[in-house]
Design a protein around this ligand. Sequence first.
Ligand code: ZN
Length: 123
Amino acid sequence: MLTTITIPRPHVPTGPLGVHEDRADADYLRAVISKIDTGYTRVGGSGVTAMIRSLVADAAEALETPPNAPGRDIVQLVRDLIDPDECWFDHNGGCQAHGYFSLQPGELCPNAEAKAWISEMGA
Ligand SMILES: [Zn+2]
């Protein structure tokens, strides 16, 4: 099952002057969530309301995610692919544990790089 899809950006009224457009749109969407949560507005039954609320919340989050930040699915994929075993280097500097036999001096095993990346991501 797909957990992430790409849809066009929501068309929302522009925010206050001096506020970055992404931030203004995210604030607007969060105001919609607040109105749903406080019962000010309702869309269909409780299931539809919950789905719309979730969609709007995801859109607000996406607007404020830095464009170069990997999606959650990529982080999870890398986490799943990492071998928990430590690298084991042969006399030529290749990682025998992960099958990277021709690493150049100073080059890291990709498995070690992935571990470091996940650690930096705080995931
Ligand atoms: Zn390795």
